[in-house]
Design a protein around this ligand. Structure first.
Ligand SMILES: N[C@@H](CCC(=O)NCCCC(=O)O)C(=O)O
Length: 257
């Protein structure tokens, strides 16, 4: 059986004399080993990428994390030096890609910056510097730490009993890592809150009435996908949704002759 392709977001980053479109390896590794799919990078070229053509050729979309923040102008906020860095090229690619994937029923998994992009793409807003907000935890990774320490499992999240993640995890709470300073402020109308942290931070969402799997998580399941069962469950569920989409696409292709 051929393995399905999954479109993966990229950051547009100046490196030496060029702008590179790249994404960190853990997301790609997790797509291969955790979801059983083949990741294909989508350059952050905005409207130069014909999304109908792209989504006709893949069976899933994975929106990754990034140190950069969604530009505040996209949700009525004000840009500032402190609130950066920004990646407008990525925003111009991922937000339309997210909306089109949901519309076309292409399975979507959005991680960290990805859940924030999902929320903004559907009309929600973001809060920045959560750690400075009354009653909130510090959701950032420790500084001057190894990657394993930065992505260490750090806090519990409560899973909403009636949501799609309840069936993915089969329990009412899991423990997750935390590497972010922003978060969902106002959830978009189409989003169902699926998990929250002890300080009320929204940690996972799903898209109401989406024709296919469409979820976002604020934590990083890709990082421990090989050793943490709950992380593995998310990627397995995404992979299963991708394979179901691929099977539907094959059937439609055969039926169309
Ligand atoms: N920039 C946003 C999203 C955070 C995110 O995606 N973090 C993952 C990568 C980070 C790293 O390796 O430091 C925010 O800060 O909320």
């Amino acid at each position: 059986m051929l393995r399905p392709l999954v479109a993966v977001s990229t950051d547009a980053k100046p490196v030496e004399n060029y702008v590179w479109h790249a994404t960190p390896e853990p997301y790609l590794e997790a797509a291969v080993s955790g979801a059983g799919v083949i990741p294909v990078l989508v350059p952050s070229l905005g409207e130069k990428i014909d999304l109908d053509s792209l989504l006709a050729g893949v069976d899933g979309v994975l929106i990754t994390g990034s140190k950069s923040n969604v530009h505040p102008s996209l949700y009525g906020g004000d840009a500032s030096e402190e609130n950066g860095p920004y990646d407008p090229a990525r925003d111009a690619t991922t937000l339309p890609l997210i909306r089109k994937a949901i519309e076309k029923g292409v399975p979507l998994l959005a991680i960290c910056r990805g859940i924030q992009e999902l929320n903004v793409a559907l009309g929600g807003t973001l809060a920045t510097e959560l750690q400075e907000m009354e009653g909130r935890f510090d959701h950032r990774a420790p500084e001057n730490a190894s990657q394993d320490e930065r992505f260490a499992i750090r806090h519990a999240v409560t899973i909403q009993p009636s949501g799609c993640f309840a069936s993915v995890f089969g329990k009412d709470a899991i423990h997750v890592n935390s590497v972010h300073r922003q978060g969902v402020a106002t959830a978009a109308p189409r989003l169902e809150v699926e998990a929250v942290a002890g300080d009320g931070t929204i940690e996972a969402v799903s898209v109401k009435d989406a024709p296919a799997f469409a979820v976002g998580v604020q934590w990083h399941p890709e990082y421990w996908v090989k050793s943490d069962e709950d992380s593995a469950r998310i990627f397995r569920a995404f992979g299963d949704a991708v394979r179901a989409h691929a099977a539907r696409r094959r059937e439609q292709s055969v039926a169309a002759g």
